[in-house]
Design a protein around this ligand. Sequence first.
Ligand SMILES: [Zn+2]
Length: 112
Amino acid sequence: MGHPSDIRIDVKGSLKGDDLSATVTHEGSHATDRMDFANSCGATGCSQSLNLTGRQSEQNAYGTEYRFWQSVGQGQQHSSIGSPDQINQFLNQHPDIYPRNTLDNLLFPSDL
Ligand SMILES: [Zn+2]
């Protein structure tokens, strides 16, 4: 446990090169979503409009990741995350990694 606003990201040590950069980009987007919400909290509570669902956060993360792949000329190889619809399809096709309830739930409790 660190400072309450510390966010820890675990990245597999076997990742290298563009795969590593893509993963850091993706996970960094999730971290940004959580930081934006945490930073909105004050004495009267938090801005619930910044409390995203898991699906919205994955949309942001895969959208950011896709733009990274495009920037290194590999957009075509990652077309499965090339649009919000395709990202949704991708998420729905991998319920083992993205259980429906995780996608539908908010990142933080709704009474914060
Ligand atoms: Zn993700």
